[in-house]
Ligand binder design. Structure first.
Ligand code: IPM
Ligand code: MN
Length: 359
């Protein structure tokens, strides 16, 4: 009997459902070709449901999602819901409660994609950011003192545990080894100012590096790394960093790889259930127009297959996406692709069915 995967799909808000549909289309094409089965189970979590019921994730939702093999998320974010409610109530809650302690964000410039960096091409931009995904400033620790008075104090704490930092760094070393490209891991931090958190990170990094003698190590301050991303992106292979810095530098990473239309990420629990998503938002103004680019969601689907062990299928989808960027779409920007959302999905699905898999 062929392998079968049960996938929870959370299409979510705005253009999330449109891009998820194309990701599923391409995953179906890959499953037919590579001989495995995928069953999709859709969940209506998101802004509409919240406005209707007042609840973000209903009772038992996390347990239920945690019984699937993986989760595919479209987008969360609704113009009529106050910022923070859906982000904390759905996205961050899933990351935390499913203990998806890695946020894996590849930054790769595909052929034919316009890059805002002068004189840089696909051979220069190909690295992966390993972002810690359950700690740091995202824990939500802190307090107000004397709130609403002129003497008000707001404290926002960054929580860094040895356990959390260590498992993230170990994952990064292992990922770098498996990726087997430059075999270089860069720690991105702020050791010159944030002397508690980054002291712990740096010590853990140095100690763990001894278990990976074949991996070259490097360090960059977070402010400097934003400069290097623009000036010398070819220096990077794998980068490991904390939750907040990882959030910030991966938006810059997305821009140098051609924009939010192509950037995908995985929220990974190596021992549990992982969730894959295009990292752009719900783009409400494009909802239902067939203008949004589904490639990021399709790439998230490919990352999901790779994570599930369907590596050849994942590689094939990536190649199919490259054919489409190199030969078809005019731009990755919404409304300027020269194709509708569904047509881009059809193109990728078509190549996924027939493209040669070996170089
Ligand atoms: C991301 C997003 C989220 C984050 C928001 C929506 C909570 O920006 O996935 O990068 O800050 O992690
Ligand atoms: Mn972000």
């Amino acid at each position: 009997m062929s392998k079968s995967y049960s996938i929870a799909v959370i299409p979510g808000d705005g253009t999330g459902p449109e891009v998820s549909r194309e990701a599923m289309k391409v995953l179906e094409a890959a499953s037919a070709r590579f001989g495995f089965r995928i069953e999709f189970h859709s969940y209506d979590f998101g802004g509409e449901r919240y406005l209707r019921t007042g609840e973000t994730l209903p009772e038992g939702a996390i347990e239920e999602l945690g019984r699937h093999d993986a989760i595919l998320l479209g987008a969360i974010g609704h113009p009529d819901v106050k910022p923070g409610i859906l982000e904390r109530g759905i996205l961050l809650r899933l990351r935390f409660e499913l203990d998806q302690y890695i946020n894996l964000r590849p930054v790769k410039l595909y052929p034919g994609v316009d890059c805002p960096l002068k004189d840089k091409g696909p051979e220069d931009i190909d690295f992966v950011v390993v972002r810690e995904n359950t700690e740091g400033l995202y824990v939500g620790g802190g307090a107000f003192l004397r709130k609403g008075t002129p003497g008000e104090v707001a404290i926002q704490e960054s929580i860094n545990t040895r356990h959390g930092v260590e498992r993230c760094i170990r994952f990064a070393f292992q990922y770098c080894r498996k990726r087997n490209k430059e075999r270089k891991l860069t720690l991105c931090g702020k050791t010159n100012v944030l002397t508690f958190a980054w002291d712990l990170w740096q010590r853990a990094f140095n100690e763990i590096s001894e278990d990976y003698p074949e991996i070259e190590t490097d360090y960059a301050h977070v402010d400097a790394i934003t400069m290097w991303f623009v000036k010398n992106p070819e220096w990077f292979d794998v980068i490991v960093t904390d939750n907040m810095f990882g959030d910030i530098i991966t938006d810059l990473g997305a821009m140098i790889q051609g924009g939010m239309g192509i950037a995908a990420g995985g929220n990974i629990n190596p021992e549990g259930v992982s969730m894959f998503e295009p990292i752009g938002g719900s783009a409400p103004k494009y909802t239902g127009k067939g203008m949004i680019n589904p490639l990021a969601a399709i790439c998230a689907g490919a990352m999901m297959l790779e994570h599930l062990g369907e590596e050849e299928a994942a590689r094939t989808i990536e190649r199919a996406v490259m054919e489409v960027t190199a030969r078809h779409v005019k731009s990755l920007a919404a409304g300027r692709m020269g194709y509708t959302t569904g047509e881009v999905g059809d193109l990728v699905a078509g190549y996924t069915e027939k493209i040669r898999t070996n170089p």
